[in-house]
Design a protein around this ligand. Structure first.
Ligand SMILES: C[S@@+](CC[C@H](N)C(=O)[O-])C[C@H]1O[C@@H](n2cnc3c(N)ncnc32)[C@H](O)[C@@H]1O
Length: 352
């Protein structure tokens, strides 16, 4: 691969800046001051004897790469005076702990796993769900161009967040029905988003898309609803989990698919619909071999620090795990450029 001298300069500048910024945050012991919760940047500046606005700019840069997070508090008194409240939450301040133990520093710092935390902290959950939704909208049309979703009758988006991806599939495929399945906090966000969109857009389209969509709350470690879907999408979910947890999700998915197969064969004569055998689509970043610069190598470290031993997997790792859970990989469609190694891994229940 050919890298221009500008790209090398850019990479070096970023690496140097990031290293410096992390070093400064560590030297100022910012993470220690955030141990007990979010603080205003003004307060942090007093404690660290620094220039408030410059400290804010440094923390904003670190927040953009996942170290600390800025929280906006709508109802804070100062907000009334129209001041932006700059608060930072301890986030990946203890990567060293993860590197030393292989355990996630999020749990170490907060006493619970990230998704348990979101179930309890509505504001933080909203920030996370919103961030996932904007990430998803940025590559939804790319994914739609990579795969023919119109072959399905009903798709279920497992861990589908606020439903951003599902609604773009439904928008592009007017005959499709969809099911959004996620934890209660995400389903609640999806409902709120729908109500907000409906109010803002006043567009019959929103209503029409929503009328083809069902929202189901649940836990994919307990079960995945068997509701007659023939397309099972798991997008940007497996990377949050270790192999054991990923296997539970995939086996629950297989159970749901088997339920669909047996109910559709018993209804075969009654229902006059296009018959498709169920397919699983794992849509995820895949790790390329070699030393190429790739954003996923940073995401991988984020997964290590934030999630339950999650990781960015290679295609071979996905095939292996699918195989061990009773699936056969039937196709892998890739979009590989310097910023994205996005793969759609298509699998079906194995015949043996
Ligand atoms: C990284 S987000 C991906 C969201 C969405 N698929 C996307 O691509 O934008 C992972 C999703 O998994 C959901 N999730 C985590 N644990 C879950 C569980 N036990 N059962 C169902 N969903 C879960 C989260 O709420 C979150 O929406």
């Amino acid at each position: 691969m050919q890298i221009s001298s500008f790209e090398i300069f850019d990479m070096l500048a970023r690496a140097q800046l990031t290293g410096q910024a992390i070093y400064i945050a560590a030297k100022l012991r910012i993470a220690d001051y955030l141990k007990d919760g979010a603080k205003r940047v003004e307060e942090l500046a007093v404690r660290t004897e620094t220039h408030s606005d410059s400290l804010y700019r440094l923390l904003r840069m670190l927040a953009s790469i996942g170290i600390f997070a800025e929280i906006k508090e709508e109802d804070d008194e100062q907000e009334q005076a129209n001041h932006r409240i700059r608060r930072f939450k301890k986030s990946i301040d203890d990567l060293l702990y993860s590197i030393q133990t292989g355990e996630n520093s999020f749990k170490h710092a907060n006493g619970m796993e990230m998704y348990e935390y979101f179930e309890q902290k509505q504001k933080e959950a909203q920030i996370f769900n919103g961030a996932m939704a904007s990430l998803t909208s940025s590559h939804a049309s790319l994914i739609l161009s990579m795969y023919n979703f119109s072959q399905f009758n009903t798709i279920i988006d497992i861990g589908g967040g606020q439903g951003t991806f599902l609604s773009s599939i439904l928008k592009n495929n007017p005959n499709l029905h969809g099911i959004l399945f996620d934890l209660p906090h995400a389903i609640e966000s999806a409902r709120k988003l729908y109500v907000k969109e409906l109010a803002n857009v006043k567009d019959n389209n929103v209503n029409e898309i929503f009328s083809r969509c069902k929202l189901i709350e649940g836990d994919f470690f307990k079960s995945i609803p068997s509701v007659g879907a023939d397309g099972y999408i798991i997008k940007n979910v497996i990377l949050n989990w270790d192999d054991e947890s990923a296997a539970i999700i995939l086996k629950n998915c297989l159970q749901a698919m088997k339920g669909t197969i047996s109910s559709s064969s018993s209804n075969e004569n009654k229902v006059n619909r296009r018959k498709t055998s169920p397919k699983l689509l794992i849509i995820d970043t895949t790790m390329p071999e070699g030393n190429e610069p790739f954003i996923g190598k940073f995401t991988d470290i984020l997964m290590l620090a934030l999630t339950h031993k999650g990781r960015i997997r290679t295609e071979a790792e996905f095939r292996r795990i699918l195989n061990s859970c009773g699936f056969e990989t039937t196709d892998i469609i890739r979009s590989h450029d310097s910023t994205d190694f996005l793969s759609i891994i298509e699998a079906v229940p194995s015949s043996n």
